[in-house]
Design a protein around this ligand. Structure first.
Ligand code: UT7
Length: 329
């Protein structure tokens, strides 16, 4: 962006639990079917973190992979930002736990909560520190262990979510590549559409809150679906307008993986071919802030991204929040 140093992604990593839960596993737990889940969501299976592990364990693996790819030592990190709605504790932050594990001795560390848009928000926060010349090496992570906040008796939500983490290293660009535009938004009037009601200062843990299953995710799926269909295209179009490009010039569009029908709807509206719009929801379900960095890492590892490629990322979720980023790879 004019007058600023662009932040460029120089390394990426991912961590996925080994335990796979298939749709047929869910058929044995609640009144659902593989056919319903596949046709309504596109999800075939999801990863569930094993007992005894937590968000920080996933961040650690993803972080080391990203640092390795960037050729950076943890001690060189200036900042760690973990986007998550499922941290290890309300406090301290998961990013501080990670900072200690990595031995990232000079890094500032903070968590960022922006629902499924968290990774986009966190990338932009990191980008700002680089754009101003304040920091040079920033680790940005999207991590979720949603299985611990899922009501396994509620068929309307338990079929949707999965666990995972994706990480990237941000550094100053040497040329005009990197993050070239972004767009962040919120509308708290929709806060009740997707929430975990208890466990905060409004409804602390009590026998009643536990009895009423208030520590689990509650979602109005239909309304979130309509909201997503509305804002994703607008966000993308406004960013493309600002830099003077059209959808046919995008090489890849990384969309938040909440529902294959939303992804297909947007892709068709933009007349983009399937190979330009990565999908991993079939294998991992909705991992909130981890979906986009994991999809990105998979494309990096496969060698699909070439220098100069134009990438867009757009996400939406609880808050309500939504936002996007344009990157010249
Ligand atoms: O990550 C960001 C936030 N999340 C999202 O973006 C999610 C957005 N929303 C969605 O993806 C979809 O709304 C869902 C996948 C959550 C739901 O799909 P839908 O097509 O909107 O279904 P619905 O909620 O309208 O439910 C249709 C029917 C209902 O039965 P009746 O009332 O028509 O008899 C539900 O009770 O499907 C029923 N149903 C199920 N049936 C079998 C709901 N969940 C299930 C289930 N298995 N798991």
């Amino acid at each position: 962006m004019a007058g600023c140093i662009n932040a460029v992604i120089t390394g990426s990593g991912a961590a996925l639990p080994g335990r796979i839960m298939t749709n047929s596993d869910l058929e044995k737990m609640v009144d659902t079917s593989d056919n319903w889940i596949t046709s309504r969501t596109g999800i075939r299976e999801r990863r569930i973190l094993e007992d005894g592990y937590s968000s920080v364990d996933l961040t650690e693996k993803a972080a080391y992979e990203a640092l390795d790819m960037a050729g950076l030592k943890a001690e060189e990190l200036d900042m760690i930002i973990a986007a998550t709605v499922t941290p290890d504790h309300p406090t301290p932050s998961t990013s501080c736990l990670l900072q200690a594990r990595l031995g990232a001795n000079k890094a500032a560390a903070m968590d960022l909560s922006a629902g499924c848009t968290g990774f986009i928000y966190a990338l932009i926060v990191g980008h700002q520190f680089i754009a101003c010349g304040t920091y040079k090496n920033i680790l940005v992570i999207g991590v979720e262990v949603l299985s611990r906040f899922t009501d396994w008796e509620d068929r309307s939500t338990c079929v949707l979510f999965g666990d995972g983490a994706g990480a990237v290293v941000l550094q100053p660009a040497k040329g005009d590549n990197g993050i070239i535009n972004f767009s962040l938004h919120s509308d708290g009037r929709g806060a009740d559409l997707l929430k975990i009601p208890a466990g905060g200062s409004m409804m602390p843990a009590s026998q009643e809150s536990i009895h009423n299953r208030m520590h689990y995710i509650k979602m109005n799926g239909n309304e979130i679906f309509k909201f997503a269909a509305r804002v994703v295209e607008d966000t993308l179009n406004s960013m493309m307008l600002k830099v003077g490009i059209t959808a046919d010039e995008l090489d890849y569009l990384f969309l938040h993986q909440a529902n294959l029908r939303i992804i297909d709807y947007i892709r068709k509206r933009l007349k983009m071919p399937e190979e330009k719009v990565p999908v991993n929801i079939d294998r991992y379900g909705n991992m909130s802030s981890a979906t986009i960095p994991i999809a990105l890492h998979e494309f990096v590892v496969k060698g699909y991204l070439k220098k100069g490629d134009l990438l867009a990322m757009v996400a939406f979720g609880a808050g309500l929040t939504w936002g996007g980023i344009l990157i010249r790879w």
